[in-house]
Design a protein around this ligand. Structure first.
Ligand code: PMV
Length: 326
């Protein structure tokens, strides 16, 4: 059976950095995110007795050997669960560049999990799909449920999964993704996170996360944009300070990243409510309310050196679609 899934990338408002268990991808802390409407992956999967190995293809790009290994590993988890030995034909495409901190691994492993289980005729609950997506890439578990999402770090594999806090149409926010660099990042998040405990700051950050989660959930509940934005920006900076103080230091920002961060602070001083957040790459996500999208976009256009801008709304989670890629 051939099945196709579409899964959104997600942007974390309270982020995770560092794992308590590398193999099971259990995080050191819980996190909160929102699915993105325009940054997504579409993946078609078909298992077949006629294949002699997994055939995996990325349309419009190429997977590295390491990436292929990771996808095969995820397929093996799925084959084990389903008690099948067939190899799979997998074709996938992204609407945005992978490896640039725009979370292609999150949407990628979420789409793969949904398509692969469906292709095997196995119906899983949202919680089970979230757990399987997590085994491929931690943050992928947050791309399974709808809208605004919480990932509980859990104690073991069965308790570490994501669920929806609010549907996609709960709050009309915008995530304006500014791409300043399309190159693959030099250190993957999987590798980078292994060094988290070399930072003198990691413990304090992890200890502070439960309180931040409670605060951001209160601001979501009240739709208090100022408090919400301040918490988002603060946690982004906290996570990057941990990364930057690791040995060896991980600095994902470049000059354009810093220029946009400074510009956002300046725009805000002049009365425009917009905040930034950044994942493991130089690209910047601007968070604002729908009413301010036009003004923020006008300001963004005045910043030199931007390659691409993508305006995302909050989105539903991973789901099956009927348009196959092969
Ligand atoms: O999902 P991973 O293991 O590739 O890690 C991604 C971590 C960050 O994007 C940097 C933060 C987050 O919570 O999304």
């Amino acid at each position: 059976m051939k099945k196709t899934a579409q899964a959104p990338a997600n942007i974390a408002f309270i982020k995770y950095w560092g794992k308590a268990d590398e193999e099971l991808r259990l995080p050191l802390n819980s996190s909160i995110s929102m699915n993105l409407s325009e940054a997504y992956t579409v993946t078609t999967v078909e298992f077949s007795a006629n294949l002699e190995h997994d055939e995996i293809r990325l349309l419009g790009g190429e997977f590295s050997e390491q990436e292929i290994e990771r996808i095969v590993k995820a397929l093996n988890f799925i084959r084990n669960k389903a008690h099948v030995t067939y190899f799979a034909h997998v074709v996938t495409k992204n609407t945005f560049p992978k490896g640039t901190g725009a979370a292609a691994s999150a949407s990628g492993f979420a789409a793969l999990s949904v398509a692969a289980f469906a292709a095997l005729g196995i119906e899983l609950s949202e919680k089970e799909l979230s757990i399987f997506a997590r085994l491929g890439s931690g943050s992928a578990c947050r791309s399974i449920p709808d809208g605004f999402v919480q990932w509980d770090k859990g104690k073991d594999s069965d308790t570490s999964y994501a669920y929806s806090l609010y549907p996609h149409d709960y709050w009309d926010l915008r995530d304006i993704l500014i791409i300043v660099n399309n190159d693959m990042k030099k250190v993957s998040t999987t590798e980078g996170q292994k060094g988290v405990k070399t930072s003198p700051l990691w413990h304090d950050r992890v200890r502070g996360v439960p309180e931040k989660i409670e605060k951001i959930k209160a601001s979501l509940k009240e739709k208090n944009f100022q408090t919400f934005g301040e918490l988002v920006e603060e946690d982004c900076l906290d996570m990057h300070h941990v990364m930057q103080t690791q040995t060896p230091p991980l600095v994902y920002w470049n000059n354009k990243t810093r220029a946009i961060m400074d510009a956002v602070v300046d725009w805000r001083k002049k009365g425009l409510p917009v905040y930034f957040t950044i994942d493991a790459g130089p690209n910047v996500h601007l968070i604002c309310e729908a009413k301010d999208e036009k003004t923020v976009m006008e300001r963004v256009k005045s910043v030199p050196g931007i390659l691409q801008v993508m305006v995302n709304k909050p989105a539903v989670g991973a789901r099956l679609i009927s348009a196959h890629l092969f």
